[in-house]
Design a protein around this ligand. Sequence first.
Ligand SMILES: [Zn+2]
Length: 368
Amino acid sequence: MRVVQAYRFALDPTPTQERALRSHAGAARVAFNWGLARVKAVTAQRAAEVTYGLTGDELTPSISWSLYSLRKDWNAAKGTVAPCWAECSKEAFNTGLDRLAQALKDWDDSRKGKRKGKAVGFPRFRSKRKSGLSVRFTTGALRCEEIPNPRYLSCALRKLKRLSRTVSRRHGPDRRTGRRPSNRWRRASAALGKAHGRVADQRKDSLHKLTSRLASEYATIVVEDLNVAGMLRNRRVARHVADASFGEFRRQLGYKAAWHGGRVIVADRWFASSKTCSGCGAVKAKLPLSERTYACAACGLVLDRDVNAARNLAALGRRELAGSGPDSNGRGAGRQTSPGVQVAVKRQPGARKRGQTGTVPTQEGTAA
Ligand SMILES: [Zn+2]
């Protein structure tokens, strides 16, 4: 089995290196904006020509939005558009053009209904001030020396509050009056951005640790296919869903389980894990999220809502495994696993208090 693995490094560049990195990220932005301007100009030109009554071959030829064509056009134009293009790696320009091709495709797919989730807007020009600095190098050998600096920040929330208060007290930009932000605002807002970035990193770190542990400890993991895009549209649960990084959690579990030879079983969205009684199989018509205990009207079973759902998912996992042969979990024979299915469930948003991981690992025996 072929496994693709990624590594993350923090770089600690010298000032000269930092300047070079910034200039490469800028080059990616320049290529992106150049391509977008061209696409927009051709589209607008054709639209105008149609209103003059021109058709077919009389129109300005349309241009391809593929990365291949964008790159070809860029290479033809770079001498005049960016005379000092040779100072940056071609990878920098390729980054910008690749992003543009992807953004145009996402917009097109979304418009045609081929793309799930929220509607994607037409790509916008990247601002020098607002857009994040990033660039990708996809070919050649990369070497780096990294200096790890793990420092734990426990009072992140308090710090964020304090920093955003500071930002709001400074003179920020105002689009209506054209007021430019003060330097003190810039500094404060940079500090706030940095603190937010750190929280995001910490969240990523704990999510990775959690999924790594689950993937290495359990042979079979059952997760529910929750309608994430749909739930993000529901204001009341949106923050919790986003906070729990659902989609990312499932994605990580998927590939990490594959590394360990385990498997992830996805219970489909319509599987009534919470509403079904794990004792007798009766299904409730309604079960509000606020009801934390499951009480079955048919057999009188009373237990925790999440435990009940976990048992249902475990039963589903057993059925799946039984359906595809006894040895289908992919583990080698020497590996010791307890009989039955081990289930880890990431439950519904809002089910758990903030700060907890939202995981209910339960071990189930063979006898159900
Ligand atoms: Zn029951």
